[in-house]
Write a protein that binds this ligand. Structure first.
Ligand SMILES: C[S@@+](CC[C@H](N)C(=O)[O-])C[C@H]1O[C@@H](n2cnc3c(N)ncnc32)[C@H](O)[C@@H]1O
Length: 206
């Protein structure tokens, strides 16, 4: 019975002539569809950002958010998440009393999603999601910074943070640590780990 079905399918493909050309078309079609999702959903708004600075969207896990918040315990004032994705870190920071709680993000879909989640949580007046390139934002007023970015980008971001942040600022990095800095505190394990850095200590060493 099974052999009959297999034979039928085989002969159908044979009849329709699914040869090399069709396979090539199928592969090219799938490739194009994947590219469309990449360009249209994950990376829109990045046209003016140099390729080496582009970081695709990947949301922080629940444990990662929790570890970031643990490292921020006892802190207050303004907070900015650089590359805020769907806004989960900013929203949680707002829950914990940080104000202003701001997310900078270039992807318009993620900004819409962030605003929807904030509205659903009843915090739409307390958080702010701004469509801005994180490299162009003036960070001098933020005492707390969170990032979840690629290691290659973090090494370039070090310079900006050292130059702009106030002396009492704390930086928390999720998933990837800053490559050239030693953290003052680490929370969590594996992919959910987070690292905290006091800007004052960093300025003494670097
Ligand atoms: C790995 S995701 C992290 C998202 C979020 N912070 C979280 O922890 O769930 C990095 C985010 O940074 C954003 N991003 C990358 N480069 C950016 C830039 N130059 N300016 C603003 N956002 C940027 C991406 O669109 C993406 O949503």
């Amino acid at each position: 019975m099974e052999d009959d079905i297999q034979e039928e399918v085989r002969s159908q493909f044979k009849d329709r002539g699914l040869g090399g050309w069709q396979l090539l078309q199928l592969t090219a079609g799938s490739g194009l569809a994947l590219y469309a999702v990449w360009a249209g959903v994950l990376m829109p708004g990045f046209r003016r950002v140099p390729l080496k600075l582009q970081v695709p969207y990947m949301p922080a896990s629940k444990a990662q958010v929790c570890n970031v918040m643990t490292l921020l315990k006892g802190r207050s004032g303004g907070i900015a998440d650089l590359g805020s994705g769907d806004g989960r870190i900013v929203l949680e920071a707002c829950h914990q009393g940080f104000s202003p709680a701001v997310g900078y993000e270039l992807n318009p879909w993620l900004l819409r999603l962030s605003r929807f989640y904030a509205w659903r949580a009843g915090h739409h007046r307390s958080v702010s999601y701004q469509r801005e390139d994180l490299w162009k934002v003036d960070l001098s007023t933020y005492k707390n910074i969170t990032v979840f970015l690629a290691p290659s980008v973090l090494s370039l971001l070090q310079k900006k943070l050292l130059a702009e942040l106030p002396e009492d600022a704390l930086i928390v990095a999720g998933r990837f640590p800053f490559p050239d800095w030693t953290a003052c505190k680490v929370e969590g394990e594996g992919a959910d780990r987070a690292w905290a850095y006091h800007i004052q200590e960093l300025r003494q060493h670097y």
